[in-house]
Design a binder for this molecule. Sequence first.
Ligand code: KE4
Length: 431
Amino acid sequence: MSTNAELFERARRVIPGGVNSPVRAFRAVGGTPRFIARAEGPYLFDAEGKRYIDYIGSWGPMILGHRHPAVEEAVHRAVDQGLSFGAPTEREIELAEEILRHVPSMEQLRLVSSGTEAAMSALRLARGATGRDMIVKFEGCYHGHADALLVKAGSGLATFGHPTSAGVPAAVVQDTLVLEYNNLVQLDEAFDLHGAKIACVMIEPIAGNMNFVRAALPFMQRLRELCSRHGALLVFDEVMTGFRVGLGGAQALYARALPGFAPDLSVFGKVIGGGMPLAAFGGKRAVMEQLAPLGPVYQAGTLSGNPVATACGLATLREIARPGFFEALAARTRQLVAGLLAAAEGAGVAMCGDSEGGMFGFFFAQALPQKYAEVMATDSARFNRFFHAMLDRGVYLAPALYEAGFVSAAHGESELQATLAAARESLRLAD
Ligand code: KE4
């Protein structure tokens, strides 16, 4: 049996950094990544046979836990009918209908294979539909690695402390304005100066790539007003929050607090694929029909709407749409955060945390950060020590302070109590 270290050494010979996505390399927290052999319910099992309670959930998709019977059965059934056709299928219609059922701001959507692809396509559509080039994003938000959006990203890059990526030509980002999250003054100023040139504003409504930072209501209300007034499209990146913080995503939370609130375009991923490569972007028909083959905005994909991925996504969405699912998941997640904060208080350690639905975050700080600079000022050294102490005790948190955590429906009372027992020990050790 190869150890994690042996596998990491072998991986680094053939794959840059030994990983196919940077944040998996443990560079932010140090140490050797765990090579996962299999997963079951709330658990991961690494190559050495060690079991971990999983709070990454594949960075969000595994909301039901691993190997949910209904999902597994749907995928096996789809595999038996063929893997990919390059032609339309009924299940793509079913999945689109199911997603649209829960997201009233969208009349149509298009399926793609990753959140990056969905965000990139939404961006091109916004530019094509408005005839404008300028886009606005917020420091600390991550919308995948499309060039124009890879500016001061909050996931991966922020962890490495490189606010922008090499290889992104200045020309590509000259139209990308990066503002401070939750900063009303900068928002007003940007629209005063550039309002008529802004194609869209893209935002993570709850910034999971800064661990867990909510967009304040007055900020979000102003953002909506300014976009409407200046003819810019408001794009909600719900790749992480969509079907994770609730059935209608974060936009449903804002619509409850701000009657009539809705984004113009939305981007989804992760949960809607149930662990398979599937994402989507959507909006009102008038905007979506700008897309090829109807309109001038080109967008395409060999595996878009893949029949196995749609089976996995559809089975997942049908399970999470069951009555009481999110109430139970949100209660469990709140219980986890409350337990962590109680353990920190007992250890005399400053910790704050928050959660929504099955997504949570915590910081070693006195108060919840409201923006990227405040996230960067929290005690990352203590987080890293805590991360490893928990990992040693069989609890797998996100291996970077700037990433959110995820609870699944498979996390029960015993997993919660085991996590909190590990936290009480780890908080003392990490002091
Ligand atoms: P993907 O291309 O990784 O499917 O999605 C990009 C993306 C877009 N928008 C948001 C809000 C996202 O969180 C992501 C991807 N999230 C990261 C973790 N924060 C994925 C993990 C990784 O990069 O390995």
